[in-house]
Design a protein around this ligand. Structure first.
Ligand SMILES: [Zn+2]
Length: 403
């Protein structure tokens, strides 16, 4: 069977949509799609929380001043959505979150003892991509980033980057997604494209190269692929057409802290310049979703399926017992749907397969009499009869495993 494009799968599974009234490149998420996004984001958060990350929130617009100071106003000029206010001020929709986060760090002085400060924020960014470049969820004008920024001393950077590295690997391995690593560096022939002084760049590039080497991963060096403010470790993966996309990224930035004068007070009572690590795990949730949809062809693992179980009573006589089973699953936070349509059992089972629901529970006379359900698994076929309690235990164990 030929692999389907994520746009087609997303439509079949009713995960997202577009509207001509809203405009191209601006995806809308349905209840099922939103459920999947939140589950993915919660998974990343679960991995981050144990390393001391804290959640923050920011507005989606800013005065021009912030981007003049960060350098985005010049470097991002063509991609910025600008807003003029009625009082004649110029604002912009944020194309990234870093400059906003610097202002959370800068709210008061920090002792070296308070570092690292780790801020995590899943929030939408906006870039005025050209119409011809837009493609489903792969390239959009609005996309949510699972963004994080670590503010720390330069000698803490290595450890912090290693922790992010662990998160990236646990996350992607759970989906069986293979990543390729790219060390994105300055283009030595155009130093004017990058902020700040070359010595600091050398230092940051050396630390990232050290991390890549230490983890014994094969990687390619890509001169010219650095961000204008920092070198990056970019994790790449391929879509169904073999096109390569960047997903996770770790950037070691010595320039934003310079521009925004971010410091800590060190052991000697002096102000010391800090560094900033940018870390996105999925990167853009939209793009990650496009890759995951094509990789799985919509067959999500149980923990990620918007509907985990379909309950299929054969006839009206079985509705009451089926409702009972539904309530029991719901009480255990298992996402179930009850199909009380007039369709034949065969049709109900086929619908369950089209919707890629992991489990179907068939209920007829025998199941009602035995107080059981007959279980059909999407991945393993007919599993036979089960009492509800055993089924719930099995499902919960599978959800917890995240496999
Ligand atoms: Zn950033």
């Amino acid at each position: 069977m030929e692999d389907k494009d994520h746009k087609k799968i997303g439509k079949e599974l009713d995960l997202f949509t577009f509207s001509d009234l809203i405009g191209p490149g601006l995806p809308l998420w349905t209840p099922k799609g939103t459920m999947v996004r939140h589950l993915l984001d919660d998974f990343v958060w679960e991995l981050r929380r144990k390393y001391g990350y804290q959640k923050v929130e920011i507005p989606h617009i800013t005065k021009k001043d912030l981007y003049e100071m960060s350098g985005h106003w010049d470097k991002f000029e063509d991609d910025l959505f600008r807003i003029s206010t009625r009082e004649g001020h110029e604002f912009a929709l944020k194309p990234m979150n870093c400059p906003h986060h610097t202002q959370i760090y800068a709210r008061h002085p920090h002792s070296y003892r308070d570092l690292p400060q780790r801020y995590a924020n899943t929030t939408t960014c906006y870039r005025d991509e050209q119409s011809g470049e837009l493609n489903g969820l792969s390239r959009t004008r609005a996309f949510a980033q699972d963004d994080a920024h670590v503010f720390c001393r330069i000698e803490q950077a290595k450890d912090e980057i290693q922790k992010i590295w662990e998160i990236v690997h646990v996350f992607y391995e759970s989906f069986g997604l293979n990543l390729e690593l790219r060390l994105s560096l300055r283009d030595p022939s155009t130093p004017e494209k990058y902020l700040g002084n070359q010595e600091l760049w050398d230092k940051a590039e050396k630390i990232l190269r050290g991390i890549a080497g230490k983890n014994k991963t094969k990687y390619v060096e890509a001169p010219g692929e650095a961000a204008f403010y920092a070198p990056k470790l970019d994790f790449m993966t391929k879509d169904s057409l073999g096109r390569e996309w960047q997903v996770a990224t770790i950037q070691l930035d010595v320039n934003m802290p310079e521009r925004f004068d971010l410091t800590c007070v060190n052991e000697r009572g002096d102000k010391e310049r800090i560094v900033m690590i940018h870390a996105a795990i999925m990167g853009s949730l939209e793009r990650f979703m496009s890759i995951l949809l094509e990789h799985t062809q919509g067959t999500f693992p149980l923990w990620l399926s918007p509907i985990q179980v379909k309950i299929l009573p054969i006839g009206e006589a079985h509705f009451e017992y089926a409702k009972n089973v539904f309530e029991k699953l719901k009480a255990e936070n298992i996402r179930a749907e009850l199909d009380v349509s007039d369709e034949t059992l065969g049709k109900k089972i086929r619908n369950t397969k089209t919707e890629k629901v992991p489990y179907a529970l068939v209920i007829g006379d025998k199941e009602v009499a035995d107080e059981k359900v007959t279980v059909e698994s999407r991945d393993n076929g007919k599993l036979g009869e089960s009492v509800i309690k055993d089924l719930i235990d099995k499902l919960k164990a599978e959800i917890k495993e995240k496999k």
